[in-house]
Design a binder for this molecule. Structure first.
Ligand code: DC
Length: 230
């Protein structure tokens, strides 16, 4: 058992590929159920960005591991982490076992001892259900077709005023999927006991209700609260 969670607390693992909607879903679940929320991708983005800012190469394992070991986890909401450059650097540093190892305990502690007196936590990422919190009672693997994910990412970039070309967004996503899914350590894949939530044809509200249903099924102690939220 890699985490010790008291019976009344709840850990929800939300994993999935880039732009599948898992961040939005994780945040909504956390807000609705009064849980703390950790976007683990922000940790990898912060490491990638720290390497870039120091003039290093995110594909250099020694530089990436040093950045991971000295990471300031208090700045995970920095908007600079949301840029495509940070995402690309994140995907590179995330392939290194030493980087993943350096970030593991922070994530496990967040799940075990959520901040602000919360009764549990939602963590989203790629390996939460498989590696970080393999004992989480609720695991949701959020996915969507590559076209749909590219369409959403493209719309996000346009709304933010960034210049974007749909074909380029689609091929960057495919590249990241490939890197995240085929790396040797903690590759992107659903845990054997994860519920698969395909959001290709679902809007955000419908996906949220489907996720609440999964929570109600898998965490019976939380059913009443889920009913109140619905
Ligand atoms: O979810 P995101 O786009 O912010 O993630 C950025 C990169 O970080 C992604 O390409 C893969 C990596 N990542 C990871 O390997 N493991 C996680 N738990 C979260 C993110």
């Amino acid at each position: 058992m890699s985490e010790t969670v008291s019976p009344s607390s709840l850990v929800i693992a939300v994993d999935g590929p880039a732009a599948a909607g898992k961040g939005t879903l994780a945040r909504r679940l956390a807000d609705a159920l009064g849980l703390a929320c950790l976007d683990s991708g922000a940790l990898y983005r912060a490491v990638g960005l720290a390497v870039l800012h120091a003039g290093g190469d995110p594909a250099d394992e020694a530089a990436a591991a040093a950045a991971a070991r000295t990471l300031d986890t208090g700045r995970l909401s920095d908007p600079a982490l949301r840029t495509p450059e940070a995402g690309d650097a994140a995907s590179k540093v995330a392939a290194f076992p030493s980087v993943r190892e350096a970030l593991l305990e922070f994530q496990r502690r967040f799940a075990r001892e959520p901040p602000a007196g919360c009764r549990g936590a939602v963590l989203d990422g790629r390996d939460i259900g498989t590696v970080v919190c393999p004992d989480a009672p609720v695991k949701i693997f959020v996915t969507a077709s590559p076209d749909e994910r590219a369409r959403r990412r493209f719309a996000e970039l346009q709304a933010a005023g960034a210049k974007a070309i749909y074909a380029a967004v689609l091929s960057e996503l495919a590249e990241r999927d490939d890197r995240d899914s085929n790396r040797a350590v903690a590759p992107l894949k659903p845990a054997d006991d994860a519920a698969i939530l395909d959001t290709s044809t679902l809007d955000a509200d419908t996906a949220f209700r489907a996720a609440l249903e999964i929570v109600a099924q898998r965490a019976p102690g939380w059913r009443r609260l889920v009913q109140d939220v619905r």
